[in-house]
Design a protein around this ligand. Structure first.
Ligand code: HAM
Length: 453
């Protein structure tokens, strides 16, 4: 077939592009463009520095696990497993070991790794930290995504209340280090194997007595997971929940002592928790300590900034020896949203180059590439304009990109000189190429200092 020319070609192209699918990031996910990605990187850096300071070592687990790790660990009757698990179809799929799911949260995978690698033989507790993406097939809305990022911390192998206080202090330290003010701590104990079953029965009895007033979803939960009714966001449930029996009135002596111990240790760190006897968490592995972190006014809504608690039975559920553990997860996407609400502006700065190398001879890209390479070698952040457009256009481009300096390579380079233009001050001077890196490094330091100040 001959190639289309003239109007037919134009029409053909228009038709082609109309028929092209317009690809978008999957619903509930989003692209982190450079400015937002830089904010995430800063949060990740704060997370890493804090975790290191508190002795929590980095760990990385796979982004997917055998689905059974979550089914058993997080719990079959939780929303996270029942509705939100991203199951991965691969292989033949009829082999139990080939039923995988993307990680909805990191704790089950980390405890699986603890058991698998015999970390019981390490010095206890094993303090670990992981920051990365999680996946939940959630109903997308602001602050609720299908791929989101968590800063997670776990201390495995210590049953005492002091470590609970350490973990909670670390969570709060993260918020102050990133500049988010006024984060509130809600604390509860949800009991253990000794005292929770009797409480759950009482709770079930209470809600059964009001079954006609229960929305359909809550009726189903009443049989499978009555604790979750306390977490219902259905407005018809609010009055019923407010009058429901609380776990804190049913704690056994050991759980009561643990909760008192956590509060005493927190107070010693000048942290005053708000006790919240109806706080429950969406994952089944929790025992005793449960906590959530909120911005004022948002308590009890779906938008917790972070949450965590104790999971003393989790290692056993995953085939290990009984091992206590506690941790938290902070949602970085929600922290970014909260920072922008607090400051009334999108956090972070758009990227701006410090130095752009431009050239009087548009076709001489070699000289610009080489000069930029040597400036970078000297430690400068530097970008060459590698287009073959006129010098004037190159300078315009550098100014539009927000560069502080333009280095102009012209004929004088033959005698070892270039022009250094300060695009912000609108000044220009000749500099010996041999002095250029030193001059620019000094200016870059001032430039950065100015940005921070
Ligand atoms: P979680 O409460 O399910 O706990 O999640 C922790 C945090 O992740 C939430 O407070 C929220 O900030 C964020 N998050 C959860 N789902 C979404 C979503 N769909 N979109 C955006 N952000 C979300 C856990 O995951 C436990 N593993 C925490 C833990 C660690 N417990 C003990 N150790």
């Amino acid at each position: 077939m001959g190639r289309r020319t003239g109007p037919a070609a134009v029409l053909g192209k228009a038709l082609d592009s109309a028929l092209m699918p317009r690809f978008q990031a999957p619903r509930g996910t989003r692209d982190l463009l450079p400015q937002e990605r830089s904010v995430f990187i800063r949060l990740e850096e704060v997370a890493r520095e804090l975790a290191t300071r508190y002795g929590y070592q980095p760990i990385e687990t796979p982004l997917f696990e055998q689905a059974a790790v979550y089914e058993r660990g997080v719990g079959e009757a939780t929303d996270v497993v029942e509705k939100e698990l991203f199951r991965v179809q691969a292989g033949r799929g009829d082999d139990e070991r080939e039923r995988w799911a993307l990680r909805p949260e990191p704790t089950a995978g980390i405890v699986r790794a603890y058991v698998q690698h015999g970390m019981r033989t390490w010095s206890q507790p094993v303090r670990l930290s992981l920051t990365g993406p999680m996946f939940r097939y959630d109903r997308p809305q602001a602050g609720r995504y299908r791929q989101f990022w968590q800063f997670d911390v776990e201390a495995i192998g210590d049953a005492g209340p002091a470590i609970d206080a350490e973990i909670i202090e670390l969570a709060l330290a993260f918020f102050s280090a990133v500049g988010l003010r006024d984060v509130r701590l809600l604390l509860n104990s949800i009991g253990d194997r000794a005292c929770r079953p009797a409480y759950i029965e009482e709770l079930r009895g209470y809600f059964r007595a009001h079954v006609t007033g229960l929305p359909e979803l809550e009726r189903a939960r009443l049989e499978t997971n009555p604790l979750r009714l306390l977490d219902s966001k259905d407005e018809h449930m609010a009055a019923l929940i407010a009058a429901a029996p609380t776990i804190t009135d049913h704690l056994c002596a050991a759980c009561r002592a643990h909760l008192d111990g956590v509060v005493a240790h927190l107070e010693a760190l000048a942290i005053v928790p708000r006790l919240s006897p109806r706080l429950v968490r969406g994952l089944d592995y929790y025992t005793r300590t449960a906590f959530e972190l909120y911005r004022p006014g948002a308590e009890g809504q779906q938008q917790a900034l972070g949450g965590g608690g104790r999971y003393d039975g989790l290692a056993e559920l995953l085939g290990g020896q009984p091992t206590p553990g506690i941790g938290f997860g902070i949602g970085l996407d929600r922290v970014v949203l909260a920072l922008s609400e607090q400051d009334g502006a999108v956090p972070g700065e758009p990227w701006r180059p410090v130095v752009v190398v431009v050239g009087a001879d548009p076709s001489d890209t070699i000289v610009r590439l080489r000069l930029a390479s040597s400036l970078r070698g000297a430690g400068l952040d530097c970008v060459p304009d590698l287009s073959v457009r006129r010098l004037g256009k190159q300078l315009e481009g550098a100014a539009r990109a927000g560069a502080h300096f333009a280095v102009i390579c012209g004929d004088e380079l033959d005698v070892g000189n270039v022009q250094l233009r300060d695009l912000q001050a609108g000044t220009q001077r000749q500099v010996a190429a041999s002095d250029l890196a030193r001059d620019l490094l000094r200016a870059q330091a001032q430039h950065r200092h100015g940005e921070e100040g």
